[in-house]
Design a protein around this ligand. Structure first.
Ligand SMILES: *[C@@H]1O[C@H](CO)[C@@H](O)[C@H](O)[C@H]1NC(C)=O
Ligand SMILES: *[C@@H]1O[C@H](CO)[C@@H](O)[C@H](O)[C@H]1NC(C)=O
Ligand SMILES: *[C@@H]1O[C@H](CO)[C@@H](O)[C@H](O)[C@H]1NC(C)=O
Ligand SMILES: *[C@@H]1O[C@H](CO)[C@@H](O)[C@H](O)[C@H]1NC(C)=O
Ligand SMILES: *[C@@H]1O[C@H](CO)[C@@H](O)[C@H](O)[C@H]1NC(C)=O
Ligand SMILES: *[C@@H]1O[C@H](CO)[C@@H](O)[C@H](O)[C@H]1NC(C)=O
Ligand SMILES: *[C@@H]1O[C@H](CO)[C@@H](O)[C@H](O)[C@H]1NC(C)=O
Ligand SMILES: *[C@@H]1O[C@H](CO)[C@@H](O)[C@H](O)[C@H]1NC(C)=O
Ligand SMILES: *[C@@H]1O[C@H](CO)[C@@H](O)[C@H](O)[C@H]1NC(C)=O
Ligand SMILES: *[C@@H]1O[C@H](CO)[C@@H](O)[C@H](O)[C@H]1NC(C)=O
Ligand SMILES: *[C@@H]1O[C@H](CO)[C@@H](O)[C@H](O)[C@H]1NC(C)=O
Ligand SMILES: *[C@@H]1O[C@H](CO)[C@@H](O)[C@H](O)[C@H]1NC(C)=O
Length: 328
């Protein structure tokens, strides 16, 4: 940058100017959007608007002033309900759009132009109970969006999906009477015709199944074990063991050996006593949904490692052997 024209006074004015712009920007983001009405707990936008973005854009943590960003977070957190109607420019709900509304319970985005909801759009909104996406041109929706929510109602009236495996989960939720979906007349396009989603026939499209090699597993401290998990079904599921918090060293080995089976071996080396009671869970997931199977670990302390209880262990050890001796 050429600084020759920047006398100290001019520079100072520039800084002030930039600061004032930034402040306007900040406060405008926290103001109620012009076509909405707001209260401390609700944002209600029922006038049509061609805004492209979700109201009150998610503010990245400024980090500079702890107090300020805390109160901003509080402000967002206190919002429990957002209603958006007739926002013709709103096509995408992005991952960042709702991340500051951590206390949100009810969300309505209806009669807008929503075509895509990004995968983690609701990841920071664990209290969402009611979602209304009626009358949007969504063609598909993934169950993973709602994975960590306890939805009491999901309204999808007048959304016409594309028939296919991607929306099979909605059909299953209707059958299971989840999120009030069974009370809604939902449709999908099959070629040129619109059919009730209930009647959609999709082959090779079902929930995955999981099976594991062991029920509960008892091993001696320091031992090595391998457990295997099969995730089967079509579409072929992603399979994995959850090992977060496990102390023993572990390695995963994945192989897809049959058209519909994806198996994962988990090898644990030098089993740690701290893993006693740990529950190993294998999860299989595809576009239709997920299933899981678990193994509970019981770690027996090895007699060598417990010198203080040596006597007791010796007796146990002897009893164990005698039992074997008595057997024919
Ligand atoms: C939203 O738009 C529809 C037509 O697209 C109109 O009938 C309705 O009155 C509008 N609602 C509001 C609240 O503006
Ligand atoms: C929008 O909501 C306000 C308050 O809820 C109401 O007074 C107004 O009539 C509504 N506007 C439209 C166009 O529906
Ligand atoms: C936060 O506010 C308190 C009192 O209002 C003040 O003492 C403190 O210095 C502030 N902290 C920061 C990081 O601004
Ligand atoms: C948020 O709600 C709490 C409790 O209802 C209240 O004490 C606090 O002042 C509110 N914060 C803001 C920024 O409105
Ligand atoms: C949700 O969607 C339905 C169906 O389109 C609509 O009639 C209803 O008013 C919406 N509910 C709310 C709370 O906006
Ligand atoms: C789906 O299959 C069932 C029986 O298998 C049949 O009765 C029904 O008509 C089929 N639906 C469509 C839309 O093809
Ligand atoms: C996993 O699948 C393979 C191949 O189909 C089978 O041989 C094996 O017994 C299965 N294991 C479990 C734990 O189901
Ligand atoms: C596995 O452990 C759980 C919890 O300790 C117990 O409820 C269950 O009966 C055990 N299953 C088997 C097959 O031992
Ligand atoms: C466990 O595996 C490790 C590494 O593969 C090996 O060094 C060790 O001897 C094994 N321990 C037992 C008890 O088999
Ligand atoms: C996975 O484990 C099973 C049973 O323990 C074993 O039969 C199989 O060979 C292992 N597969 C691989 C790829 O290590
Ligand atoms: C096995 O773990 C114990 C403690 O958990 C550690 O002292 C020992 O060195 C480990 N052995 C190997 C071969 O890693
Ligand atoms: C396993 O499946 C059950 C029933 O579907 C579910 O409640 C649970 O959260 C799942 N566990 C994990 C670790 O995903």
């Amino acid at each position: 940058m050429d600084l020759s024209f920047c006398t100290p006074t001019i520079c100072w004015w520039r800084v002030l100017f930039l600061l004032s712009i930034f402040q306007d920007y900040l406060s405008s983001m926290l103001d109620c959007p012009p076509t909405c009405s707001c209260s401390p707990t609700e944002i209600y936008c029922n006038k049509s608007d061609n805004g492209k973005f979700f109201p009150l854009l998610a503010l990245q943590d400024t980090g500079s002033n702890g107090n300020n960003s805390n109160s901003i977070q509080d402000l967002f957190k206190n919002i429990t309900s957002i209603h958006i109607e007739n926002w013709t420019g709103l096509q995408t709900l992005r991952d960042v759009d709702m991340e500051l509304y951590t206390g949100l319970q009810r969300l309505t985005i209806m009669n807008s132009n929503l075509r895509l909801i990004q995968a983690r759009a609701f990841a920071q909104n664990p209290h969402l109970r009611y979602i209304n996406l009626s009358k949007n041109p969504l063609t598909m929706l993934s169950w993973q969006l709602f994975q960590n929510l306890q939805l009491s109602e999901l309204r999808l009236d007048d959304v016409v999906f594309d028939c296919g495996c991607d929306v099979r989960w909605i059909q299953l939720w209707q059958q299971r009477r989840e999120a009030e979906l069974h009370r809604q007349q939902l449709y999908c396009y099959s070629g040129a015709s619109r059919i009730p989603l209930r009647n959609m026939n999709i082959s090779l499209c079902d929930l995955p199944r999981t099976s594991v090699t062991h029920r509960n597993l008892t091993v001696v401290e320091g031992a090595n074990i391998t457990v295997a998990c099969n995730g089967s079904g079509s579409p072929l599921p992603e399979v994995d063991w959850t090992v977060g918090g496990l102390h023993s060293i572990n390695t995963h080995q994945s192989n897809v050996d049959w058209p519909n089976v994806h198996s994962i071996n988990l090898t644990l080396v030098n089993m740690s006593r701290e893993d006693n009671g740990f529950i190993l869970t294998c999860i299989a997931e595809n576009v239709v949904g997920m299933s899981n199977a678990s193994i509970e670990l019981t770690i027996q302390l090895s007699y060598l490692s417990l010198s203080s209880l040596r006597g007791v262990m010796l007796i146990l050890w002897e009893q164990h052997h005698c039992m074997h001796c008595r057997q024919p």
